[in-house]
Design a protein around this ligand. Structure first.
Ligand code: ATR
Length: 277
């Protein structure tokens, strides 16, 4: 049996097993399975060792609160080090990477959003924002970060400068960010608007939404967030976060199996799982 899974604490409510097991079935990989693996943070080293040496695991995805905690026990690649978080481990060579960046950039590309030279506002300064800023800046976008707690945005950027050499990204207030010419993409990397708080939006109420701007909302539940409705009402186009979720999973699938992931199968499985609630 080729076992893979998701480690975290807790790991309930994940759509990853449905997504990966559907992909295994679609490709006839009957001897593969994806399992939920709750591991408390204080035994992460032992947990990894047990999965690898006794469980026969090929690899794992990593979620909160273990994305940083696993780092000392594996070899993080440049991308994982730059983002400061590992979300995929390959036990064959004990390496770790971060497929969120590829998932996000891949989904922008799949939706026809070109990145080089584009002026982008990133909302948020947590782990998701870090992956977005890193990916966008490396791909040649001109990025500004806006966060509820400005100090956290400044710290994140100082960190990205040190760990990944990302230069020229500034933290601003939303007002200041919107004064810049040519803002054409806003990426929500906060959790605001996520189910069940579907009436919330990271957009400050009363502030007119800029016209014709594309919104990428990393929130995937609901599929249409309040922020996305605000963007649409202002004539903009919108992309929800499901594609990023599926594509980060597809990238992990390819690392473990060495085969191209059946992305459409994974999309459909993810949608079905979300509908189940
Ligand atoms: P993740 O790893 O998913 O990015 P996180 O690290 O907890 O999660 O980051 C959550 C982000 O959402 C942060 O930028 C947070 O802003 P603060 O740095 O000010 O905490 C933002 N966020 C969460 N709730 C928010 C709210 N009600 N209004 C505005 N921003 C919010």
């Amino acid at each position: 049996m080729n076992r893979v899974g998701l480690i975290g604490w807790p790991v309930t409510h994940s759509i990853s097993p449905a997504m990966h097991n559907a992909a295994f079935a679609a490709l006839g990989l009957d001897d593969w399975s994806y399992e939920l693996l709750p591991i408390p943070p204080d035994i992460v080293r032992q947990g990894l060792r047990t999965l690898r040496d006794e469980g026969g695991f090929i690899g794992v995805n990593v979620t909160v609160p273990l994305k940083q905690a696993v780092m000392p026990y594996i070899k993080p690649d440049d991308r994982a080090r730059a983002v400061g978080a590992v979300n995929t481990i390959n036990f064959r060579d004990n390496t770790g990477t971060n497929t969120d960046v590829a998932g996000f950039l891949g989904d922008l590309e799949a939706n026809g959003v070109t990145v080089p030279g584009r002026r982008v506002i990133v909302l948020g300064a947590g782990g998701a924002a870090r992956a977005a800023v890193y990916g966008l800046a490396r791909a040649g976008a001109r990025v500004t970060v806006v966060n509820r707690t400005p100090e956290k945005a400044r710290l994140m950027l100082a960190d990205l400068a040190l760990s990944a050499g990302i230069q020229g990204v500034e933290a601003k207030t939303l007002d200041e960010a919107l004064e810049q010419d040519g803002v054409s993409l806003i990426v929500n990397c906060t959790s605001v608007g996520m189910w069940p708080h579907v009436d919330d939006s990271p957009w400050i109420s009363g502030l007119p939404f800029p016209r014709g701007v594309t919104v990428y909302d990393m929130v995937y539940r609901p599929a249409m967030t309040r922020l996305m409705r605000q963007a649409e009402a202002a004539g903009g186009s919108v992309i929800g976060g499901l594609g990023m979720l599926v594509r980060q999973g597809a990238a992990a699938f390819e690392i473990w199996t060495g085969q191209p992931a059946p992305v459409e199968v994974m999309f459909e499985a993810a949608r079905m799982e979300i509908r189940k609630g």
